[in-house]
Write a new protein. Sequence first.
Lengths: 488, 248
Amino acid sequence: MSTLLEVSLESVTYEGCSLPALSDVEFSVEQGEFVVVAGPVGAGKSTLCHCLAGAIPSYYAAAIEGKIRVAGRDLGGATPAELAGTIGYLAQESQTQIVEGSVAEDVAFGPCNLGLPGEEVRRRVDSCLEWVGLTGFDRRDPRTLSGGEAQRSVLAGVIALHPRLLILDEPLAELDSSGRRLVMQGLRELSRRGTSVLLATTRPDQVRLFADRIVSLAPAWEQPNANRSGGGSVGQATAGAGTQTEFAGLAPRPAAAVPGESGVRFDRCTHIYPGGRTGCTDVDLLVEAGGTVGLLGANGSGKTTLGKHVNGLLRATAGKVLVDGMDPGGRARGLVRARTGFVFQNPDYQLFGDSVEEELAFGLRVRGMAREQVEHRVDEALSRFGLEAWRGTHPHRLSRGQRQLLAVAGVLAARPSVLAADEPTSGLDAETALRVFRELSRVAARGGAVLLMTHDAELASTVVDRFAVMEEGLLHPIGLPSRQQVAG
Amino acid sequence: MSAQADSRQRRVDPRLGATWLLLVAVCALTVESGFLVAGGLVLLAALSSVLGLNLRLVGNGLLATAMVGLQIFVMRAVFGEDGVLAAGPGTALEVGVLAPILSGSAETAGRLGAFLMAAMQFHQFTRPSDLTQLLTRFGIPHRWAALPAIALRFLPLMQTELTAVWQSQASRGLPTERTRDKLKALLPVGLPFVYRSMRRANELALAMELRGFGVLSRPTFLSQLRMQPAERAASSGLLAATLAVLLF
């Protein structure tokens, strides 16, 4: 095997930042090798991917000290367009990478730009959509795709370029377990055929069976000399990090659920979107006060739709939803929202403060809390979520995972008595995800009701009372599955 | 929103849509009778409904047109036809003076509304990639020809993003019920929206470049534009009608 990628970076420092986002990173990737770059939230994985794809410095202003060579060519100054066909890059957020108006056209965008004839483009589109499990989605409007479907669609578009090196930043973050398995098996097959794969993730436990090697990336401010991987030994030494055995049973079990008017009750709840698409059908579900229900299900199964009924963001087309005995979409909406928290899948929809501290304080101030109480809660949230070091940082300077953490912290700081959380741990490493689940479980421990929409059944099983599964808008209660069932 | 981006209407050749848009534009500019303008507007609304255009979207378009008409009316009422201040504090305007201003403003708004509705039909029934291909056939460089299609795709996405930001802030307890609350919410809703828009624009540009956008001046397309005989006939008919309107 020949070396395809050589990375030797002394530091990468974003404009306006005094500390480097990356320092002392050295590793190489052989042709056809499958390398996982693992690291906790804020370790600089996305920064590394941006550097490799030419996005830094073309799109993100940062100073690079060091060298990157791809196929013997120095990347210094190369634009992303010059690398198209050699490097394929799937960035972290999929919906922002969709260019065209239908799934097939979007997958075809890259091959068409490279001037391939129509028949070859069609062949690649069909095979790539089959590869990601989206056969039959050709004519779908990308705006109607769920997060996981969009991620797979964009991945198909990247693979359709037939790149020599595939760089994937958290490609599994929004995928359900079957989607994860499908994508990982496909990537493994690609690497066997000679494509080098570099996959950045916070969850090496989900991918280690498929990878040749794991390179660990530690946050630059923690271990300035920890990122040198001599021939892969460092990565391999950490390949088992983050497995289930490390965190089983850490989270405290919530208090016993209390039946009654409190909590959330879905009574034959049906939601049909304008245009006729069904979100959920005849859902009966009770989340008692003091209880936590985990809502599982494949991408697009209706979990988010159901969750949005909790604070009146959606109203049931038929049936009803009651939160602490009140209709969240009715006249009591203000009252319901005052006691309800909703963690959105995308943290960027709520971050606007000038600093992390300001961001946390905003949600408390709008609820009319006194200044001293706000300060106390902010300090507490910063400490609980390990965000003290970023107190004065602008939220949009944080990594995606850190922004996710901040958004969760902002919602929980208000101490809601009812909480709906939509994929609150996507893109977080196992340790941080567990910390988030532990904090979520405090809501139930205080007597609140928690509805947790997640793909992370394994971690969630440490805090939920029972699971329910959404499938094509229908709900199937399954109780608390065994660890083997969760893993499956 | 329809899940299928490629419905039957969307497979209509964009040249047919363009000739239809041209005919409506010429009619809107040249028809002299206000009744004809009103009739055309009703016809276009009915056609939109028959073709399955989102009626809420049509309603919003008509509302925007009515707002423009109102502004024209106020400006004309205040400044008169010759731009000289005709009304103000203490000045009484008679009904006889206001009536022609009102009908004139409504007519102008109607013309604008007709064009807007035809533009909405064109947008709804034209695939972004077909529009790009059409523009490249007119000799516009691909790099520029792709921009209108991207912008057209971007606008509804922005609307979705704004709704999501609004929902997110409302769910954090930000009051949004009263008009006063909505005004106060401009900053906490506006700022994340602007951040998101900038981030989205940046990431989209990066994604496009990484997938080879701009590498070739003449890229290929997944499906080639081919006019069906019926579309060719319809298009010719529309062009003939446009010429007739212009000449007679």
